[in-house]
Design a protein around this ligand. Structure first.
Ligand code: ADP
Length: 548
């Protein structure tokens, strides 16, 4: 019979443990512990005081002021909780379970409306976790002076120690929840999500923001690779898969930039980075973050568009202006020459001839022709005076800036950009703006050479390298290439095959490169397209610029 009772009691205790362990908040835990303690002991009144979350009371700290308490719960509700000094010393400092009898006014649960009656029986237990008192469980009873038997005290101690462990779990859980909340908020504000991708199973897991950026269903976890592939812009997929395969095979860090298309058609620009390590299952995993850079991209694009527009407008305006002034300046003497020559003929055809007048007209022809020559010489010296201003130039940086400027046009024409920049190249002595003007022209020509052509994929390659102590810059396209018969004519001023072309770009480019003591040429590619390349001396022979 005794065995049966004990088994029954243990069962009830196990159930109580379960109830307590399920609690994930301080208040819930304190209330559950008190309810179980009152129920199992049969005491009529009780209270629990839990200490501040992170600040567990040290063993030596006998004070347990109410203000320091995180939670106080009691049944029935009491106005205050105050342990008598003796109990405080024994329970808090010495961590003893104390059973006493005391007059009513010595109750820890103070109720101003309560009339002192008879003595009360008290049981007070410390909640101890890793030698720290983290709270107190207090029970009292008026009716039965033998209520707190050694067996009851044992059961209450068991409950109290279980509660102390649960209390620590709640503390950790809260800390975790707080950290997680910070992370989620931080990722949301920074438009940044984190992910892990298993290279064997091809399954991915990620944070809430990762799901948002990729437009994935948050209920799907882990996410199959196909679901990710479906989100990526088809034009960006080959490059991304290539970068991913390369990073995986070398286990090097991964970096990719691509567009993501959501179901509703919204397109986001994303930058992803990651590093490989071994996951919990022993598989190789890529762990990293993705950033939604759509807003930055839009701003950057607006700036690029504005700059490109400005550059185009400026070059067109200056070319237009130049052409206008040439026409204006030359037209006048040419008309004069024609008129004077006609007059000269008329004087000579007269009967009798008027050689003197004819002579005057011929003189005027010479005058006008001299004037036309002067105008041309003036224009030439004007161009010649636009001498380069040499300074140290990081060629990769200068070329890269132009590529950035041309990015929108490349994207629009669906051209893939490849850069093969030489490493540790020396700075060159050059006019940065003029060299950029040349690269800008070559890139624009290359884009135009590919834009109209029907082909699956087009590639523009920008290359920089040292060749025989000179800097080589080459722009290669996969366009139609150059007709060998016309190769040298391309560099003639006003030669163009484009409907809206002006035919001054390449001649100006060659002029600039010549002024730098360099050389600009074109060659046909082995497969398709053309390569325009120029060589520049790293150092200028003297401080005086080169001549045409
Ligand atoms: P424009 O671009 O105004 O025609 P350019 O002097 O820059 O003037 O170019 C002259 C011509 O050279 C072009 O009209 C075109 O026929 C040819 N050309 C220039 N770059 C390329 C290229 N990358 N591929 C094929 N042809 C080109």
């Amino acid at each position: 019979m005794r065995l049966e009772t004990e088994t029954h009691e243990l069962e009830r205790l196990a159930k109580a443990f379960q109830i307590i362990s399920k609690e994930t908040s301080y208040r819930g835990l304190a209330e559950a512990l008190l309810a179980e303690a009152l129920h199992h002991s049969g005491a009529g009144r009780g209270g629990i005081l839990l200490s501040e979350g992170g600040e567990l009371l040290a063993k030596a700290d006998a004070s347990f002021p109410r203000e320091k308490a995180r939670f106080f719960v009691s049944h029935p509700p009491a106005a205050e909780f105050q342990l008598p000094a003796e109990l405080m010393e024994r329970v808090l400092r010495r961590q003893e379970a104390v059973v006493t009898q005391a007059p009513r006014e010595k109750s820890a649960l103070i109720d101003p409306n309560e009339q002192p009656t008879q003595n009360i029986n008290q049981l007070c237990l410390p909640l101890v976790h890793q030698e720290c008192t983290v709270g107190v469980l207090y029970l009292e009873s008026e009716r039965d002076e033998h209520i707190f038997t050694p067996r009851c005290v044992w059961v209450m101690s068991m409950l109290a120690s279980q509660a102390a462990v649960s209390f620590e779990s709640v503390r950790l859980f809260e800390a975790l929840r707080e950290t997680n909340m910070w992370m989620v908020k931080g990722q949301e504000i920074g438009c940044m999500g984190s992910y892990r991708w298993n290279t064997r199973t091809l399954l991915s897991r990620g944070s809430r923001e990762w799901y948002r950026i990729l437009g994935l269903d948050p209920n799907v976890n882990p996410v199959p690779f196909q679901a990710l592939r479906d989100r990526i812009h088809p034009d960006d997929l080959p490059a991304l898969e290539h970068a991913l395969a390369e990073a995986t095979s070398k286990q090097s860090s991964f970096c990719g930039e691509y567009r993501v298309i959501h179901n509703d058609g919204v397109t986001l620009h994303v930058v992803a980075v990651g590093q490989f390590d071994t996951g919990p299952t022993g598989d190789l995993e890529l762990e990293g973050i993705i950033c939604d850079v759509t807003a930055q991209k839009a701003a950057e694009q607006a700036l690029t568009d504005a700059r490109a527009g400005l550059a185009r407008a400026a070059s067109l305006a200056s070319i237009g202006e130049l052409a206008g002034s040439i026409v204006h300046e030359i037209n006048q003497p040419l008309t004069g020459i024609i008129m004077s020559a006609e007059a000269c003929l008329r004087w000579l055809r007269r009967n009798p001839r008027e050689p003197e007048e004819a002579c005057k007209s011929a003189m005027r022809v010479i005058e006008q022709a001299t004037r036309a020559t002067d105008v041309i010489c003036g224009l030439r010296s004007l161009v010649r005076d636009a001498q380069p201003r040499f300074a140290e130039v990081d060629i990769n940086e200068a070329v890269d800036e132009i590529l950035l400027l041309s990015r929108r046009e490349l994207e629009r024409a669906r051209i893939t950009l490849r850069t093969e920049f030489g490493k540790s190249l020396p700075n060159i002595e050059a006019d940065r703006v003029q060299i950029q003007q040349v690269v800008f022209n070559l890139v624009r020509n290359a884009i135009e050479a590919m834009a109209g052509l029907e082909r699956k994929s087009h590639v523009l390659t920008a290359r920089t390298t040292l060749r025989d102590d000179r800097m080589l810059v080459a722009i290669t396209d996969t366009g139609a290439g150059i007709d060998p018969a016309k190769r040298e004519r391309l560099f003639d001023a006003l030669y163009t095959t484009k409907r809206n072309g002006i035919g001054l770009g390449l001649s100006i480019c060659r002029k600039i490169i010549n002024l730098h003591g360099g050389h600009l040429w074109v060659e046909d590619n082995k497969t398709s397209g053309a390569t325009f390349a120029f060589l520049l001396p790293v150092r200028q022979p003297s401080q005086t610029p080169g001549r045409v």
